[in-house]
Design a binder for this molecule. Sequence first.
Ligand code: SAM
Ligand code: SF4
Length: 388
Amino acid sequence: MKLEVDTSKHTAGIYIHIPFCKSKCVYCDFYSVPNRTNEISSYITSLLNEIELFSRLNKTSWNFDTIYFGGGTPSLLKPIDIQMILTKLDTCFNLSKIKEISIEVNPGEISYNKLKDYYNLGINRLSIGCQSFDEKVLKFLRRIHSPLDSITTYHLAREVGFSNISLDLIYNIPNQNIDDWQEDLETAVGIAPEHISAYALTIEENTPLHTMIYKQKCVSKPPEDIGTEMFLLTHNYLEANKYSGYEVSNFAKQNQECKHNLHYWNLDTYLGFGPSAHSYNGKKRWWNANSLVEYRKMLQTNQLPILASEILSKSDKYNEAIMNGMRLKNGIQLDVLRNLSNHNFDELLKSSQNKWGNFLLIENNYLKLTQAGRLFTDEISSELFVDK
Ligand SMILES: C[S@@+](CC[C@H](N)C(=O)[O-])C[C@H]1O[C@@H](n2cnc3c(N)ncnc32)[C@H](O)[C@@H]1O
Ligand code: SF4
């Protein structure tokens, strides 16, 4: 399949998916396979083939400034694997403007020496998947690390020299109360990372957690008012500690926002490699097979491992601009929305303002949500959507 790749003045990102984990967490529906780390070397060969094949079929002159190794568990990769991937990317694309190379790291699964090697290869941002600092919560989530593992991995990374570290946390977990969550936030802030991602637990279909809650009914989600309280606590506490909630679930010290994730929220272009990875060229979105077998099979016959693609209509782009822009603290430029709308945008905005009054703000030609309005991000956004 040949894909038209738009040349863009905007900066762009590269995502590399590593679909292996030591074991599967109870809540996770990201594409990853447990107990198959012996297949990593052959996977790297397929991944390098995919990158090369894509670049042969599509000449890109994009201005790449970020690379993100996500998963799965990319910290299972040996430094030589990372080096081979970066070298291949460098021969296929122009990486001269890369500013940020991130990798997701699972606590307790990485040594000082491996961190040092990653650092020396140019990785300059770590995202450590702590999830919680509460032993019982980690056990419930079927995480295989302890709270101490998270702290140790963080300090090892500092010793190595990493100056841009993010911690991933999850809240609104069955049997977690407000005090538990407050303690997690305090522990995270106490070790002073540059960035914190705090996600409300999503109960994804086809996960063991979904079965436990909706079929076996052996656990239940915290009541809605507790979820609301945890959301408000997260925003108030982190903002008070100088972590700006630049996105509804992401908080950063000044100038420490994740540049790569901002590409997604700003609807910039990006390329994704590996099973289940998505790409976007400004007109078309396409995504890879989410099966290692299918992924390998397609590459063996010199085909890109693309499962499907869609061309975004003007309405699709408008809806995506609303969906992503309203998650951002800075909001979205009104002119962008007006240019993307086939409908009478100002009328739609007016009726939303009538309904959501104090929660919607227009400032310097940007549409955004107030701090209180961010609790209703999804509801308010969906009212501004248009039919395709
Ligand atoms: C897919 S994981 C990959 C990183 C790494 N394997 C880990 O577990 O830390 C990226 C992040 O997504 C978040 N996440 C995954 N599933 C989630 C869910 N169902 N609800 C909320 N957050 C979730 C977790 O915070 C996790 O750190
Ligand atoms: S949350 Fe992370 S470690 Fe757990 S299964 Fe998902 S990708 Fe793997």
